[in-house]
Design a binder for this molecule. Structure first.
Ligand SMILES: Cc1ncc(COP(=O)(O)O)c(C=O)c1O
Length: 389
């Protein structure tokens, strides 16, 4: 069966989307604010683990199929989840975890509740395996730019099986209070619904609560090493649930011979040293946010819907400038060497209102954005004969 997938738009000057990303990847001096990867991670333990494992040529062996027990254990400890209740499957990234969770939770008559803005790849998976996705508009102050328990209650029907809770939310950085998480856990239990708790950005948040603590039987937690660990290119993550929910996921694993051993060794090193480096990365991210806020505050027609953000990215609303986010992103890339993301990558309804900027990069690079942003908006307005409101 061939599934329908939205075609990605090929950026001007490139033959394909792949060519565009290859160009970005290879451009060493690029200011990387367009993907939520982490360029602040400097811990040598991760690098050493990769080197040591490759020197030992560990990679000639297959790893255990569920992942190294040490790594599974470290992930549960990191989350404070009880090993007698929860099980872990190591995957080749949160993306694989999402696919496993969604493909085993939904079927052709069940539907999903998700937010707009959100991470649209998840919704693509849900549309593929379930009946439809209710993309609830959350880009407003009234709902705090997030999928609140009230919105979830209002949108549940008899066939709802999955709630997509991206927390903190890509692209906007909103997170949930403990009370909200407890209420969402109750909703899941009352209605026999699964919460897919995507905690990819958890470690950037000031505070964070796991749904799994309050509704273990109704939660699938998706974990990534791509963000705070700075290991996006190593493609490693995990999915965590009770054994009952894990059984079908494990039966659906494609990569039955396990996940990349070097990535697993690096993940172990990252977890073992996490308390030595996490605070510095978080502090730099908060400082970088402040600098971006300064730039936004002095640029007429722009504002930050959520500040501070609890992720390593935030949204800058430019709707009152009269500019199209696609044009602003193209201008910053072509003329200022700054890669940011236009809103339509994370929202169907509000994508024309904002750009998304990631800031887990060195502060000197954020300073370039800080100094260029206002000028970029004004230059583009002049070029397009837009008279600022
Ligand atoms: C909410 C969310 N989940 C999952 C992912 C993918 O993570 P991974 O690199 O582990 O596949 C991303 C990537 O940006 C994301 O924003």
């Amino acid at each position: 069966m061939v599934f329908k997938k939205k075609e990605k738009k090929v950026p001007k000057g490139f033959n394909s989307v792949n060519e565009f990303f290859d160009y970005l990847y290879k451009k060493e001096d690029l200011i990387w604010m367009g993907q939520n990867t982490n360029h602040l991670q400097k811990v040598e333990a991760i690098e050493d683990a990769l080197i040591e494992a490759s020197h030992k040529r560990d990679y000639c062996k297959y790893p255990p199929p569920e992942g190294f027990p040490e790594l599974k254990q470290l992930i549960l400890e990191d989350l404070g989840l009880d090993e007698n209740i929860f099980d872990v499957q190591i995957t080749a990234s949160a993306t694989e975890s999402l696919y496993l969770a969604i493909s085993t939770s939904l079927y052709h008559i069940t539907n999903t509740i998700a937010s707009d803005p959100g991470y649209l790849i998840i919704n693509n998976f849900c549309n593929r395996f379930g009946n439809h996705v209710k993309e609830i508009p959350v880009y407003n102050e009234e709902h705090g730019y997030k999928l609140t328990p009230q919105l979830i209650r209002e949108n549940i029907d008899m066939e709802t099986k999955l709630i997509i809770l991206i927390d903190p939310l890509n692209p906007i950085g909103a997170t949930y209070t403990k009370e909200e998480i407890m209420e969402i856990a109750e909703i899941a239990k009352e209605n026999n619904i699964i919460v897919l708790h995507d905690i990819t950005y958890r470690d950037f948040a000031r505070e964070h609560t796991l749904v799994a603590q309050y509704a273990p039987e109704h939660t699938i937690t998706v974990y990534s090493f791509s963000k705070i660990f700075g290991m996006a290119g190593l493609r490693i993550g995990a999915v965590i649930s009770t054994p009952d929910l894990m059984r079908p996921m494990r039966a659906s694993v494609i990569n039955d011979l396990g996940t990349n051993v070097l990535s697993q060794e690096a993940a172990i090193a990252g977890l073992k040293t996490k308390d030595q480096w996490i605070d510095e990365i978080k502090q730099t991210c908060f400082k970088n946010q402040e600098l971006i806020k300064e730039a936004v505050d002095e640029t007429p027609g722009t504002f930050l819907p959520v500040y501070p953000s609890d992720a390593n990215m935030m949204v800058i609303d430019i709707s009152q400038t009269g500019l199209d986010p696609v044009d602003l992103a193209a201008y910053l890339l072509d003329e200022k060497n700054i890669f940011v993301r236009e809103g339509n990558y994370t929202s169907k309804l509000f994508g024309d209102r904002y750009i998304r900027v990631s800031y887990s990069i060195p502060t000197e690079e954020i300073m370039v954005f800080r100094n260029e942003f206002k000028d970029a908006v004004e230059t583009l307005q002049k070029r397009q004969n837009i008279i600022p409101k």
